[in-house]
Design a protein around this ligand. Structure first.
Ligand code: 13P
Length: 249
């Protein structure tokens, strides 16, 4: 079985001193044989985090990447720049970016493509809103979101990471049950399998109020290959408990 991946999404949190303290606690508490671990820091701190974690067990990720290569795109950060800093992952299509920054499936697919072309692994987020779930549209929505990325990225699709993040579970303390999550993960796995013979290699992460108490059960599901953790990734003890659960799973 492949090693699981636990990625922390710090969102717009942190500071120079707080980041250093958190990373020090994480390094000190890392299990002997850890799963894959990453922290996705705000852009302004990527260099700091990359410097501190260099050579250790914690990889670094960005929370977004531009759909363009270079040029007059004020405020944007290219995949080449991420590669330049040794950044391993970039979250693309997080629901907060889809919601607050109007990112479409097509833009998300392009961002994933730019990341892949620079050797940065995109963590492609998909997930339905509560309204969509209640209307019985969960499968339709996540498949549409992933289809755009598959269509644009063709045979490279086995190089991506997928994160299933039901919007109604993000930051709400409401977690999808392990069965609810597994059901969607299986749908996503089957969709990947139709596009690549290497679908089993793809990490499909669960995200949405994953915490120290529920991680083990979620990570015990067949198609849950790790987690994309928001709030709980800001607390060293909680994040380490999740990492320990994933390392033992
Ligand atoms: P929470 O873990 O805070 O619910 O956030 C999940 C998330 O959005 C990770 O990308």
């Amino acid at each position: 079985m492949k090693k699981k991946l636990i990625a922390g999404n710090w969102k717009m949190n942190g500071g120079v001193a707080a980041n250093a303290a958190l990373l020090e606690q994480l390094s000190a508490g890392m299990p002997a044989n850890p799963c894959w671990v990453a922290v996705c820091a705000p852009a302004v701190y990527l260099q700091q985090v990359a410097t501190i974690t260099h050579g250790g067990a914690i990889a670094v990720g960005a929370q977004d990447v531009s759909a363009h290569d270079a040029g007059a795109y004020t405020g944007e950060m290219s995949a080449g720049m991420l590669r330049d800093l040794g950044i391993r992952y970039a979250i693309v299509g997080h629901s907060e970016r889809r919601q607050y920054h109007g990112e479409t499936d097509a833009v998300v697919a392009l961002k994933a493509q730019k990341a892949l072309s620079c050797g940065v692994t995109p963590i492609v987020c998909v997930g339905e809103t509560l309204e969509e779930r209640e209307a019985g549209k969960t499968e339709e929505v996540v498949k549409r979101q992933l289809a755009a990325v598959i269509h644009t990225n063709g045979h490279c699709i086995s190089e991506i990471v997928v994160a299933y993040e039901p919007v109604w579970a993000i930051g709400t303390g409401k977690t999808a049950t392990p069965e609810q999550a597994q059901e969607v993960h299986a749908v996503l796995r089957a969709q990947l399998a139709a596009a690549t013979p290497h679908a089993d290699r793809v990490h499909i992460l669960y995200g949405g109020s994953m915490n120290a108490a529920n991680a083990q059960q979620l990570l015990g599901q067949k198609d849950i290959d790790g987690g994309l953790v928001g709030g709980a990734s800001l607390k060293a003890a909680d994040f380490l408990t999740i990492i320990a659960a994933a390392s033992a799973a």
